[in-house]
Design a protein around this ligand. Sequence first.
Ligand code: 6PG
Length: 231
Amino acid sequence: MSSAQICIWHVYPEPALLQQHVAQGIERLAAEAISARGAFSIVLAGGNTPRAVYEYLRGIKTAWQAWHIYFGDERCLPSGHAERNSTMASQAWLEHVDIPAAQIHVIPAELGAEEAARQYAASIESLEMFDLVLLGLGQDGHTASLFPGQNYGSEHHQPAALAVHKAPKPPADRVSLSAWRLGSAIRVWFLVTGADKALAVRKWRDGGGIPAAAISAPDGVDVWVDVAAFA
Ligand code: 6PG
Protein backbone atom coordinates (compact mmCIF):
# COMPACT_ATOMS: atom_id res chain seq x y z
CA MET A 1 0.00 0.00 0.00
CA SER A 2 1.56 3.39 -1.02
CA SER A 3 2.20 5.73 1.90
CA ALA A 4 0.24 8.97 2.38
CA GLN A 5 1.64 11.98 0.54
CA ILE A 6 3.43 14.71 2.51
CA CYS A 7 3.31 18.08 0.72
CA ILE A 8 5.65 21.01 1.27
CA TRP A 9 4.17 24.13 -0.36
CA HIS A 10 6.44 26.91 -1.64
CA VAL A 11 4.24 29.88 -2.57
CA TYR A 12 5.57 32.59 -4.88
CA PRO A 13 4.15 36.04 -5.74
CA GLU A 14 4.73 35.50 -9.45
CA PRO A 15 5.85 32.74 -11.85
CA ALA A 16 9.17 34.28 -12.97
CA LEU A 17 10.72 34.18 -9.47
CA LEU A 18 9.37 30.65 -8.95
CA GLN A 19 10.90 29.46 -12.22
CA GLN A 20 14.25 31.06 -11.40
CA HIS A 21 14.39 29.49 -7.93
CA VAL A 22 13.37 26.08 -9.29
CA ALA A 23 16.10 26.23 -11.95
CA GLN A 24 18.67 27.31 -9.36
CA GLY A 25 17.48 24.47 -7.12
CA ILE A 26 17.95 21.97 -9.96
CA GLU A 27 21.46 23.35 -10.58
CA ARG A 28 22.29 22.85 -6.87
CA LEU A 29 20.84 19.32 -6.69
CA ALA A 30 22.76 18.35 -9.83
CA ALA A 31 26.03 19.63 -8.38
CA GLU A 32 25.42 17.68 -5.15
CA ALA A 33 24.49 14.44 -6.95
CA ILE A 34 27.38 14.67 -9.40
CA SER A 35 29.94 15.30 -6.65
CA ALA A 36 28.44 12.50 -4.51
CA ARG A 37 27.68 9.89 -7.20
CA GLY A 38 29.13 11.16 -10.47
CA ALA A 39 25.68 11.37 -12.09
CA PHE A 40 22.35 13.22 -11.88
CA SER A 41 19.10 11.63 -13.04
CA ILE A 42 16.11 13.89 -13.65
CA VAL A 43 12.59 13.12 -14.90
CA LEU A 44 11.09 15.95 -16.95
CA ALA A 45 7.54 17.26 -16.83
CA GLY A 46 5.63 18.08 -19.97
CA GLY A 47 3.09 20.77 -20.76
CA ASN A 48 3.91 24.51 -20.83
CA THR A 49 4.65 25.31 -17.17
CA PRO A 50 8.23 23.91 -17.04
CA ARG A 51 9.35 25.49 -20.36
CA ALA A 52 10.77 28.67 -18.74
CA VAL A 53 12.68 26.55 -16.20
CA TYR A 54 14.18 24.48 -19.03
CA GLU A 55 15.17 27.65 -20.90
CA TYR A 56 16.89 28.94 -17.73
CA LEU A 57 18.85 25.68 -17.43
CA ARG A 58 20.56 26.31 -20.76
CA GLY A 59 22.82 28.84 -19.06
CA ILE A 60 23.88 27.01 -15.92
CA LYS A 61 27.46 25.88 -15.23
CA THR A 62 27.45 22.08 -14.82
CA ALA A 63 29.03 18.84 -16.05
CA TRP A 64 26.39 18.06 -18.70
CA GLN A 65 28.03 14.70 -19.47
CA ALA A 66 26.89 13.53 -16.00
CA TRP A 67 23.20 14.29 -16.63
CA HIS A 68 20.65 11.55 -17.39
CA ILE A 69 17.29 12.76 -18.72
CA TYR A 70 14.02 10.83 -18.47
CA PHE A 71 10.39 11.77 -19.18
CA GLY A 72 7.40 11.40 -16.86
CA ASP A 73 5.02 11.00 -19.76
CA GLU A 74 4.72 11.40 -23.48
CA ARG A 75 2.03 11.93 -26.06
CA CYS A 76 1.64 9.22 -28.72
CA LEU A 77 2.59 11.39 -31.68
CA PRO A 78 5.26 10.91 -34.38
CA SER A 79 8.87 11.39 -33.27
CA GLY A 80 9.81 15.09 -33.39
CA HIS A 81 6.17 16.23 -33.50
CA ALA A 82 5.81 19.79 -32.15
CA GLU A 83 3.25 18.69 -29.53
CA ARG A 84 5.50 16.04 -27.96
CA ASN A 85 6.88 16.76 -24.50
CA SER A 86 10.30 15.60 -25.68
CA THR A 87 10.20 18.16 -28.50
CA MET A 88 9.33 20.97 -26.08
CA ALA A 89 12.18 20.01 -23.74
CA SER A 90 14.61 19.69 -26.62
CA GLN A 91 13.77 23.08 -28.14
CA ALA A 92 13.75 24.82 -24.74
CA TRP A 93 16.92 23.21 -23.39
CA LEU A 94 18.33 19.84 -24.40
CA GLU A 95 19.45 20.66 -27.96
CA HIS A 96 21.38 23.67 -26.60
CA VAL A 97 23.61 21.76 -24.18
CA ASP A 98 26.08 18.84 -24.39
CA ILE A 99 24.21 16.03 -22.68
CA PRO A 100 25.29 12.81 -24.46
CA ALA A 101 22.41 11.66 -26.72
CA ALA A 102 22.51 8.17 -25.14
CA GLN A 103 21.67 9.79 -21.79
CA ILE A 104 18.48 11.45 -23.05
CA HIS A 105 15.92 8.69 -22.57
CA VAL A 106 12.93 9.68 -24.69
CA ILE A 107 9.72 7.63 -24.40
CA PRO A 108 9.28 5.92 -27.85
CA ALA A 109 5.62 6.95 -27.94
CA GLU A 110 5.59 6.79 -31.74
CA LEU A 111 5.46 3.01 -31.31
CA GLY A 112 2.01 3.20 -29.74
CA ALA A 113 1.13 3.30 -26.04
CA GLU A 114 1.47 -0.40 -25.19
CA GLU A 115 4.80 -1.08 -26.88
CA ALA A 116 6.30 2.25 -25.77
CA ALA A 117 5.25 1.66 -22.15
CA ARG A 118 6.70 -1.86 -22.20
CA GLN A 119 10.02 -0.70 -23.69
CA TYR A 120 10.33 2.32 -21.38
CA ALA A 121 9.59 0.28 -18.25
CA ALA A 122 12.36 -2.13 -19.28
CA SER A 123 14.78 0.74 -20.00
CA ILE A 124 14.47 2.21 -16.47
CA GLU A 125 14.39 -1.08 -14.56
CA SER A 126 18.02 -0.85 -13.43
CA LEU A 127 17.61 2.66 -12.01
CA GLU A 128 16.14 2.38 -8.52
CA MET A 129 15.69 6.00 -7.51
CA PHE A 130 15.67 9.15 -9.63
CA ASP A 131 17.47 12.14 -8.13
CA LEU A 132 14.64 14.49 -9.09
CA VAL A 133 11.20 14.11 -10.65
CA LEU A 134 9.50 17.20 -12.08
CA LEU A 135 5.72 17.16 -12.47
CA GLY A 136 3.02 19.54 -13.60
CA LEU A 137 -0.65 19.75 -12.62
CA GLY A 138 -3.66 19.81 -14.90
CA GLN A 139 -6.88 21.71 -14.19
CA ASP A 140 -8.56 18.38 -13.35
CA GLY A 141 -5.76 17.40 -10.97
CA HIS A 142 -3.95 15.11 -13.39
CA THR A 143 -0.18 14.88 -13.32
CA ALA A 144 2.10 13.35 -15.96
CA SER A 145 -0.55 11.36 -17.86
CA LEU A 146 -2.30 10.01 -14.79
CA PHE A 147 -5.90 11.22 -15.16
CA PRO A 148 -8.87 11.16 -12.76
CA GLY A 149 -10.83 7.91 -12.95
CA GLN A 150 -8.00 6.04 -14.67
CA ASN A 151 -5.37 3.63 -13.32
CA TYR A 152 -2.59 5.57 -11.51
CA GLY A 153 -0.35 2.55 -10.97
CA SER A 154 0.12 3.22 -7.25
CA GLU A 155 1.22 -0.28 -6.26
CA HIS A 156 4.78 -1.52 -6.80
CA HIS A 157 3.59 -4.72 -8.44
CA GLN A 158 2.10 -2.62 -11.25
CA PRO A 159 4.16 -1.68 -14.34
CA ALA A 160 6.62 1.21 -14.05
CA ALA A 161 5.15 2.71 -17.22
CA LEU A 162 1.48 2.68 -18.24
CA ALA A 163 -0.26 2.81 -21.60
CA VAL A 164 -2.93 5.52 -21.37
CA HIS A 165 -6.00 5.73 -23.57
CA LYS A 166 -9.01 8.05 -23.69
CA ALA A 167 -6.98 10.79 -21.96
CA PRO A 168 -9.28 13.82 -21.45
CA LYS A 169 -6.38 16.10 -22.50
CA PRO A 170 -5.44 15.52 -26.20
CA PRO A 171 -3.94 13.44 -27.56
CA ALA A 172 -6.01 10.57 -26.17
CA ASP A 173 -3.18 8.03 -26.36
CA ARG A 174 -0.24 8.58 -24.07
CA VAL A 175 2.42 6.84 -22.02
CA SER A 176 2.96 7.72 -18.37
CA LEU A 177 5.31 6.59 -15.65
CA SER A 178 3.11 5.13 -12.94
CA ALA A 179 2.50 6.80 -9.58
CA TRP A 180 4.81 4.48 -7.64
CA ARG A 181 7.61 4.92 -10.17
CA LEU A 182 7.30 8.71 -10.16
CA GLY A 183 7.54 8.58 -6.37
CA SER A 184 10.70 6.46 -6.49
CA ALA A 185 12.83 9.57 -6.25
CA ILE A 186 14.99 11.43 -3.77
CA ARG A 187 12.94 14.53 -4.58
CA VAL A 188 9.64 15.16 -6.34
CA TRP A 189 8.89 18.74 -7.38
CA PHE A 190 5.53 19.91 -8.73
CA LEU A 191 5.49 23.15 -10.73
CA VAL A 192 2.09 24.84 -10.64
CA THR A 193 1.28 28.34 -11.87
CA GLY A 194 -1.84 30.21 -12.94
CA ALA A 195 -5.38 30.81 -11.68
CA ASP A 196 -6.69 28.01 -13.91
CA LYS A 197 -5.04 25.54 -11.51
CA ALA A 198 -6.58 27.03 -8.34
CA LEU A 199 -9.51 24.61 -8.18
CA ALA A 200 -7.24 21.56 -8.46
CA VAL A 201 -4.86 23.00 -5.86
CA ARG A 202 -7.82 23.69 -3.51
CA LYS A 203 -9.03 20.11 -3.92
CA TRP A 204 -5.48 18.83 -3.34
CA ARG A 205 -5.04 20.85 -0.14
CA ASP A 206 -8.47 19.69 1.07
CA GLY A 207 -7.29 16.09 0.76
CA GLY A 208 -9.28 15.42 -2.40
CA GLY A 209 -8.05 12.27 -4.23
CA ILE A 210 -6.70 13.98 -7.31
CA PRO A 211 -4.03 12.02 -9.27
CA ALA A 212 -1.27 14.42 -8.13
CA ALA A 213 -1.98 13.32 -4.55
CA ALA A 214 -1.09 9.73 -5.48
CA ILE A 215 2.61 10.58 -5.86
CA SER A 216 4.39 10.04 -2.56
CA ALA A 217 8.17 10.16 -2.20
CA PRO A 218 10.09 9.06 0.91
CA ASP A 219 10.77 12.65 2.02
CA GLY A 220 7.47 14.11 0.80
CA VAL A 221 6.89 16.20 -2.31
CA ASP A 222 7.56 19.89 -2.87
CA VAL A 223 4.96 21.99 -4.64
CA TRP A 224 6.29 25.19 -6.18
CA VAL A 225 3.16 27.26 -6.70
CA ASP A 226 2.29 30.86 -7.42
CA VAL A 227 -0.31 32.82 -5.47
CA ALA A 228 -2.72 32.75 -8.44
CA ALA A 229 -2.91 28.96 -8.20
CA PHE A 230 -2.66 28.80 -4.39
CA ALA A 231 -5.32 31.41 -3.63
C1 6PG B 1 1.19 16.70 -20.76
C2 6PG B 1 1.76 16.86 -19.37
C3 6PG B 1 0.67 17.19 -18.36
C4 6PG B 1 0.95 18.63 -17.94
C5 6PG B 1 -0.28 19.26 -17.29
C6 6PG B 1 -0.07 20.74 -17.06
O1 6PG B 1 1.66 15.90 -21.54
O2 6PG B 1 0.30 17.45 -21.10
O3 6PG B 1 2.61 15.94 -18.99
O4 6PG B 1 0.64 16.40 -17.23
O5 6PG B 1 2.03 18.67 -17.02
O6 6PG B 1 -1.36 19.07 -18.17
O7 6PG B 1 0.10 21.34 -18.32
P1 6PG B 1 0.47 22.90 -18.44
O8 6PG B 1 1.77 23.07 -17.75
O9 6PG B 1 0.57 23.14 -19.90
O10 6PG B 1 -0.63 23.67 -17.76
